[in-house]
Design a protein around this ligand. Sequence first.
Ligand code: SF4
Length: 346
Amino acid sequence: MEVVLVNPRGFCAGVRMAIDVVDQVLDLIPDETVYVYHEIVHNRHVVERFEGRGVEFVERIEDIPEGSVVVFSAHGIPPSVRDAAKARNLTAIDATCPLVTKVHSRAVRYARQGYQILLVGHKNHQEIVGTFGEAPERTQVVESPECIPHLRIEDPDKLVYLTQTTLSTDDAGVIIDALKEAFPNIKEPPTEDICYATTNRQQAVRMVAPQCDLVLVVGSKNSSNSVRLTEIAENVGTRSCRIDDVSELDASWYPTGDERILLTAGASAPEDLVAAICRHFVEEHGAELKLADIYEESVEFGLPLSLKKVMESMGVDHKDRKVTVEAPVITQGAYGATAVALTISR
Ligand code: SF4
C-alpha cells in the first residue's frame, strides 16, 4: 500500500487566522466566556476543541448575554448580524477571511453602481448568507444552470456575477458558462473569487487522483471545500470518501491492501488528524508514505483590525503579534514513517 500525501492540503491562511483569533481572545479574557457566532471554521474537531476550552458557539446573536465578546466566523456575516451585535452592546471581533470580505466589498460596490448581482454558490452556506446580506434587494443566488430561467432580470446589460470562495472550479465553470450564454454582456469580477486555497487543493487532487485507487479527504460534512474535493476526485474517475478522522476509515475501501491512496484535507481540517490516518496505514497496513508537492503556498493574513483595537483598549501591544497557527509541515516520526517525494507527471 502507498499513501500519497498531497500538498497543499489542510489549513488555509483564512482558517489559520480565524483559529488564531479565537486562541488570542481566549488568552486576552481568560475569565470571561468567549462567544463565537457560527462554527469558527467548518470542522467538528476544531469546534469541539474550542468547546473543551469553554468557547460557546451560537447561531443567534440574541443568545449572547449583553456586553459579551463575540467572534464572527471565517465565513463572514451579513450586516444585520453586525447591527444585532451592536444593539446588544457586544464587543465584536471579526475573523472573516479577508478573501471573503473582498467578495462582500464587491457586492456592495456593484449594487451601488446599479448592477444586479448573480451570486454563484450554495444558498444555505454561511458565506453566501453573508454576501447576499450586503445587497439583498440586488442579489440572486445561482446554485446551478437550472436556476437561470427563473432569475428576475431587470436589464441584461447591467449584470455581474460573483462566486462563493469554496466552490468546485469544475461546477463553477459550468454555471458561469451558462450565465455567459444566457447574458452575453454579464460583467465578470476583476479577479477570480474562488480563492487560491480552494483552487490549489482542487488542482492537486485533479492532478494526482488519476494515478490513485482511492482519494480520502479529511474534513467535516459541512465543509464545502472538503466535499468539493471528493467531487473533483470523482470527476476524474477515482473513488473518493470524506472522513472526519481515523475512526471513520472503512477497510472495505481498500480490500487488497496494495492500493495507492491519495490523502488530502479540506482547508479547515487540522493536520494532526491527517497524521493519525497516516500512522494507521503505516502501522496496520505497512503503507509507504509518498509526498506529492504540487504547489507552494505562502499566503499569510495578519490579525484583524477589530482584534487589534480590543488589544489596544486593554493596553496589549500587538505590533509583533502574528498568526501562529502553522501550515502543515511533515516532521519525521509524526506520520509513522518518513515520507519520500513522489514524481507527478504534469
Ligand atoms: S478557503 Fe479561501 S476564502 Fe475560505 S477561509 Fe480559506 S483562504 Fe479564506
